[in-house]
Design a protein around this ligand. Structure first.
Ligand code: ADP
Length: 189
């Protein structure tokens, strides 16, 4: 988890590679559908460009389908999901157990600078100033509360997301390994 621009997508694929599991990004799935002009892409484009959340009905179904594929049998990493309390319940009810929730912490000014830079380089249509503001608001209102939900479940691993990409990856892997081995120790005891 992390605010827009925190580096979720970048770190997700690197972390997933380390643990040899697929990284599943709802944002990438939607963007790919938009690029291919699928019916789903047509449906979600306007919502995404406005910085709002795609409906839970659509998003939950996409994630449930993806997690039921063979390559997810021995683990997965979700990037951008769950994003509100409803999606947390949907994931629980689909019977998918979460081992850890990584929260990437980045200063808000840095976030905006990163997003504006990405807008120049990648040309993502949701990286303009108005949309960024909406995405930040949606994150604060709907997604940030999930950090507490997962903290109460004892699953939250907070990681400093500032600095070089490699540095952040190393930090995440180190803290995640420590967290997972700590939990395993408790189970064994
Ligand atoms: P970021 O977190 O940097 O804004 P993402 O690629 O994770 O980028 O998400 C981009 C957009 O895709 C969101 O603003 C939203 O419109 C849509 N989206 C992604 N994940 C979800 C989700 N779990 N539920 C609803 N909409 C989503």
């Amino acid at each position: 988890m992390g605010a827009p621009g925190a580096g979720k997508g970048t770190q997700a694929s690197r972390i997933a590679a380390r643990y040899d599991i697929p990284a599943i990004s709802t944002g990438s799935i939607f963007r790919q559908n938009i690029a291919e002009g699928t019916p789903l892409g047509v449906k979600v484009k306007e919502i995404m460009d406005a910085g709002k959340l795609v409906s839970d009905e659509i998003t939950d179904q996409i994630v449930a389908d993806r997690l039921s594929q063979d390559d997810c049998a021995s683990g997965w990493l979700l990037d951008g999901y769950p994003r509100n309390l409803h999606q947390v319940s949907a994931l629980d009810e689909a019977g998918h157990q979460v081992d850890a929730v990584i929260s990437l912490l980045v200063d808000e000014e840095d976030l905006i600078q990163r997003l504006l830079k990405r807008a120049e380089i990648e040309g993502r249509s949701d990286d303009n100033e108005d949309t960024i503001r909406t995405r930040m608001q949606v994150y604060t209102a709907e997604t940030e509360p999930l950090l507490q939900t997962y903290a109460e479940r004892g699953l939250l691993v907070e990681v400093d997301g500032e600095g070089e990409i490699d540095e952040v990856t190393e930090r995440v892997v180190r803290e995640l390994d420590a967290f997972l081995s700590g939990n395993r120790g408790e189970l064994d005891a």
